[in-house]
Ligand binder design. Structure first.
Ligand code: FE2
Length: 295
């Protein structure tokens, strides 16, 4: 039975390198259900309503001036690729292939994603990781569409979702297509999880400012030769330490690289920063992964 799986060999890799790839974690039926949900959401979405919202990973200047992004933590929100939208918000390609991501509460609001997030297998993995009180803080679908799926610069996830100590954050990254070096798989600096975040992405404490966030500190220039590729087959789970440095290249191939990804914070061992851009709400109160009984 899935819940009795022993993940010890992968957890050893995770503790050594700051990441690991666990194959065959999510089955085809769940993948099909997630893709069908996304097809429905995109079909229902009117691009004229949302296409002015483009997403630039790691917000190069650290500044968001857009309340749509800032209030997306408990909703289904749509973000487009910069290369797919003209200066007036008009789409330059068909809406399905123009999206960057949908977030940030898919794993809480949509059953197909909730089933995977709160599955017994996921709970068993979290218990073997020693998580005491894992809370779902964010969940999203990333398209990485052919030819325009943009590069993600080197970063530590704990820059954006800071905890004290910063080891309290974990990323879960599930490719719904084979993620390869051609279509934008992740690259990691093994062992870099031992260094706390070099920068912090926080809410701007100045209520008068039009800049809703700030990037405090700097992101170092990491040499490419320090990174190793982590190709991951469809249905695998890439487990990501909150401090490990990672990146991905632009998808210049003709194949899509769709991913479902979410982040947990272990409230049993760390405190979630009130300065983070993303905060719990009544609609999405950062649910405990162990309290849901889905499957
Ligand atoms: Fe990341």
């Amino acid at each position: 039975m899935a819940a009795k799986m022993n993940f010890a060999v992968y957890l050893q890799q995770f503790h050594e390198n700051g990441y690991t790839v666990i194959p065959n974690f999510v089955g085809d039926a769940d993948i099909d259900a997630m893709k069908a949900t996304i097809a429905r959401l995109v079909d229902q979405m009117d691009p004229h309503e949302y296409s002015q919202h483009v997403f630039r990973p790691a917000a190069k200047d650290g500044k968001h001036r857009d309340d749509y992004f800032m209030s997306s933590g408990d909703k289904i929100c749509y973000f487009f690729e910069p290369d797919a939208v003209d200066e007036h918000g008009g789409l330059l390609r068909e809406k399905r292939s123009a999206l960057n991501k949908i977030g940030h509460a898919l794993g809480w609001l949509e059953p197909a994603f909730k089933n995977v997030t709160f599955s017994q297998k996921m709970q068993a993995l979290c218990r073997q990781l020693g998580l005491v009180d894992p809370r779902l803080v964010q969940s999203m679908y990333i398209f990485k569409n052919p030819e325009i799926g943009q590069e993600v610069l080197p970063h530590q996830d704990s820059t954006f979702l800071y905890t004290d100590p910063p080891s309290g954050l974990l990323g879960f990254w599930i490719p719904l297509d084979d993620a390869t070096t051609d279509n934008g798989c992740l690259y990691f600096i093994p062992g870099s999880q031992h260094v706390p975040p070099t920068s912090r992405f926080v809410r701007n404490p100045d209520p008068q400012s039009t800049e809703l966030t700030q990037l405090i500190g700097s992101q170092p220039d990491y040499a490419w030769d320090r990174f190793e590729a982590a190709p991951a087959p469809k249905g695998s789970l890439v487990l990501i330490h909150g401090n490990v440095v990672h990146r991905s290249k632009k998808n210049t191939s003709h194949s899509q690289r769709n991913v479902y990804t979410f982040h947990l914070v272990d409230y049993g061992k760390s405190a979630y920063s009130a300065q983070n851009w993303l905060q719990p709400t009544t609609e999405c109160p950062f649910p405990n992964l162990y309290n849901e009984r889905i499957i």
